[in-house]
Design a protein around this ligand. Structure first.
Ligand code: UD1
Ligand code: CA
Length: 458
């Protein structure tokens, strides 16, 4: 790409058809706002300046997406796309070219834009697309020789012009030195009483500035979101692409139509993913990892040859190699599982470390705990880490064996090699080795009768 670049992102529209109080550009696609996708694409071009024009929905847009490298300008009232770009003008570098993008067109690729920017400096470059159903779009009008003469909006077009299938995507590159003059010359004498950015074509030609067009490679790139239906369509298109990329990389997907990646998913060799899994934030799966059906993994790293069994939710964790997690496990942020760890069904682990070879296979809560190596935690064991005001640590040293239904009242340390009997409440630190249990003798009362429901016949 040659030369310096300004990017203006138009995002002031209301998005009436979304039927939402949230500004349209803040609705999420693949887990992040539409506008955030466009900003990311803009940044990939290494621009000199980026200016977002917002309007509807008050300050929700700057509140959600303000960043040091973004200028945010409010457009109020919204008088059209030309008027919107005019608001950005004070933030633009006159010696750079200006690329106009739209906050509701999320799937545009940086490659397509690089193609537009490859064209020479003092030209107006339009991104166009050929659509079978061009209704609603501005049409590209060309003379017999093929040169563009103007863009006509659907509502201003004659029946013959409405037959044109080449449409204006709205995305254009403008020589900035000319922009102020052209914008000042715009009028709103049209069907919508708006200042149309598309009128720049006519003004450029009058100034003998060349108008060039670049075709979008894939029409999905140029599609905007105006309704929840269109948002869902673009979400599916995006997910299909993510799935295709994973397949090309050698990942086995039980069904490419039933995976959702909301962020980045990095996979090693021979990774297998069953149906209906969701990956959020940054997830990485090392070689040979298998993910069972219906799992959600967020900001998590999984070591090689580990199996995550169905219906597990793993959030903000590091899972070591050769582990087995789930089915129905919940692993919460700050958890680190070493090699060969087993965390089984209905086990919740929060901010805890498990050393190599340790297991909590059934129905447990392990929170704020440091668990050593080769520890076995029996069914129904719970760390009582919260005293109603503060969280406390539980330390379980190497080779400890904890029976079923044990309460570990933190802060407490279970020393190396201790065995804790079933049903014990451990509230004092233990010494290494030996058996720890609460002794309450079991009694039996012969002839005791079960209570009956009052009113029931005896
Ligand atoms: C615009 C183009 C049309 C093109 C179509 C592609 C013009 C006059 N027409 O029409 O040729 O085919 O996009 O989708 O440019 N916006 C603002 N401030 C405003 C008006 C609009 O920020 O005052 C933003 C909107 O949020 C939206 C985008 O600009 O993201 C397009 O605006 P919209 O009014 O929908 O233009 P279209 O009629 O679709
Ligand atoms: Ca539109």
């Amino acid at each position: 790409m040659s030369g310096r670049l300004n990017v203006v992102i138009l995002a002031a529209g209301q998005g009436k058809r979304m039927h939402s109080r949230l500004p349209k550009v803040l609705h999420p696609l693949a887990g992040k706002p539409l506008l955030a996708h466009v900003i990311a694409t803009a940044r990939a071009l290494r621009p000199h300046r980026v200016c977002v024009v917002y309007g509807h929905g008050g300050d929700q847009v700057p509140q959600a997406l303000a960043a040091a490298d973004l200028a945010m300008v409010r457009q109020e009232p919204q008088l059209g796309t030309g008027h919107a770009v005019q608001q950005a003008l004070p933030h633009l570098d006159a010696s750079a070219r200006t690329l106009v993008l739209y906050g509701d067109v999320p799937l545009l690729s940086a490659q397509t834009l690089s193609g537009m920017l490859a064209a020479g400096g003092d030209t107006l470059v339009l991104l166009t697309a050929e659509l079978d159903q061009p209704g609603g779009y501005g049409r590209i009008v060309r003379e017999a020789g093929g040169a563009v003469t103007r863009i006509v909006e659907h509502r201003d077009a004659s029946p013959a012009e409405r037959g044109i299938r080449e449409v204006n995507t709205g995305i254009m590159v403008i020589p900035t030195a000319r922009l102020a003059g052209w914008l000042a010359a715009l009028t709103n004498e049209n069907a919508q009483r708006e200042y149309y950015l598309t009128d720049l074509v006519r003004l450029a030609l009058a100034d003998r500035v060349a108008v060039m067009t670049v075709r979008a490679r894939d029409t999905v790139e140029i599609l905007g979101v105006n309704s929840k239906g269109e948002l869902a369509q673009l979400e599916r298109a995006h997910q299909r692409r993510c799935a295709e990329r994973l397949l090309e990389h050698g990942v086995t997907l039980a069904d490419p139509l039933r995976i959702d990646v909301r962020g980045s998913l990095a996979c090693g060799a021979d990774v297998r993913i069953d149906v209906n899994c969701v990956f959020e934030g940054e997830v990485s799966l090392d070689d040979g990892v298998e993910i069972g059906a219906n799992c959600l993994l967020r900001d998590t790293r999984v070591g090689s040859a580990t199996r995550i069994e169905p219906y597990s939710f793993i959030d903000g964790a590091r899972v070591g190699a050769r582990c087995r997690v789930g089915p129905y496990a919940r692993i919460r942020p700050g958890t680190e599982l070493g090699t060969d760890v087993h965390v089984g069904n209905f086990v919740e682990v929060k901010a805890s470390r498990f050393g190599e070879g340790s297991k909590a296979n059934h129905l447990s809560y392990v929170g704020d705990a440091a668990v050593g190596r080769n520890v076995n935690i029996g069914a129904g064991t719970i760390t009582c880490n919260f005293d109603g005001a503060n969280k406390h640590q539980t330390v379980i040293e190497d080779d400890v064996h904890i029976g079923s239904d044990v309460q570990l009242v933190a802060p407490v340390t279970v020393a190396r090699g201790t065995t804790v009997g079933a049903g014990t409440t451990v509230w004092k630190d233990t010494r290494p080795g030996g058996l720890v249990l609460n002794t309450t003798a079991q009694e039996q009362r012969p002839g005791w009768k079960r209570p009956t429901k009052s009113g029931e016949p005896r």
